[in-house]
Design a binder for this molecule. Structure first.
Ligand SMILES: C[S@@+](CC[C@H](N)C(=O)[O-])C[C@H]1O[C@@H](n2cnc3c(N)ncnc32)[C@H](O)[C@@H]1O
Length: 292
């Protein structure tokens, strides 16, 4: 980037070419999102200001963002933003970047809930997107959200504050059901829903992940042992004793885990029914299991 006057259009074209040279998968989208973020504009506004000059005060930090992006830092960690259920969430390296397919967990809960649905437990809340979007949709629900990562919980709390629902979500830290058991010694709190987007990548699949994911997202949010089922197995085995009569466990799985998960639920006599839902790519990714 020499001393010439850079207009928005020149800067975008140059950045797209540079990203292409470095094998960045969505070069134009990424260039637009990063420049819009820096100039505090929407992508549409960028188009409306294509001829606008961009001065040094923005060129220098833009150069830094470009450097980080070609080192594969995910765009959402550079902008500290990710949209989920049409809401804006803060994200950084302490949490997994929420994926669009996870919205289906929330949508399935909202379409299957009954009048008895009152208490919901989310395990592994990460950035808190599931708990927060449900708290906003169902203000009367009691929601408990947990994570083994204290630093993830800090991000989840920040997001709950931004969306003004800290009063409606109790955040607890610890391993899976352990924080619930600690506060529920007489076992009289049971949940109508238990929801979880667990880590489910096999340790052996590490090298198949894109560097954006493998080198930047928290390991604890991704990997679950040699078969990817370490957390899911515990979830299926332990959830029933925390579910109220008629309660439901809903969780996300990896795209090649449906058969293994069916076998795990079939072996657990406490569930009366279960079904798997396909995502938009026709892969079975959501499991919904009920207790009598
Ligand atoms: C795949 S991320 C999901 C984050 C968020 N719920 C979402 O959907 O974007 C999994 C989360 O589970 C947490 N986690 C991993 N193992 C856990 C465990 N044994 N107990 C509780 N949380 C766990 C991780 O810290 C991470 O935040």
């Amino acid at each position: 980037m020499s001393n010439k006057i850079w207009r928005v259009v020149d800067l975008l074209d140059w950045t797209v070419g540079y990203f292409q040279q470095h094998g960045i998968p969505n070069p134009r989208l990424d260039a637009e999102v990063l420049l819009a973020h820096l100039l505090e504009k929407t992508r549409l506004q960028l188009y409306l200001h294509f001829e606008m000059p961009v001065f040094q005060e923005h060129l220098t930090p833009f150069r830094e963002l470009i450097k980080k992006r070609i080192a594969h830092t995910p765009v959402s960690y550079l902008t500290n933003r990710k949209e989920f259920m049409s809401l804006d969430f803060y994200v950084d390296e302490r949490v997994l970047i929420p994926r669009p397919e996870t919205e289906q967990l929330v949508e399935t809960i909202l379409t299957t809930k009954t009048e008895n649905s009152q208490r919901l437990l989310e395990l592994g809340t990460g950035s808190g997107v599931i708990a927060t979007s449900l708290a906003l949709q169902q203000p009367e629900w009691e929601i408990v959200a947990t994570d083994i990562s204290e630093s993830a919980l800090t991000v989840a709390q920040k997001n709950a504050e931004t969306h003004a629902c800290t009063e409606r979500i109790k955040f607890l830290s610890g391993d899976l059901f352990e924080p619930i058991e600690a506060i529920n010694t007489n076992r009289n709190t049971r949940f109508d829903w238990i929801v979880c987007n667990p880590p489910y990548v096999k340790n052996t699949e590490r090298d198949t992940l894109s560097p954006d994911v493998r080198d930047y997202e928290p390991e604890i949010a991704l990997f679950a042992g040699d078969d990817g089922l370490v957390v899911i197995r515990r979830l299926i085995a332990e959830a029933p004793k925390h579910l109220a009569p008629g309660g439901k466990l809903i969780f996300e799985i990896g795209e090649r885990q449906a058969d293994s998960v069916r076998a795990l639920i079939d072996a657990e006599s406490t569930y009366c029914t279960y079904e798997l839902f396909k995502d938009y790519a026709e892969k079975e990714r959501i499991v919904l299991a009920s207790v009598p």
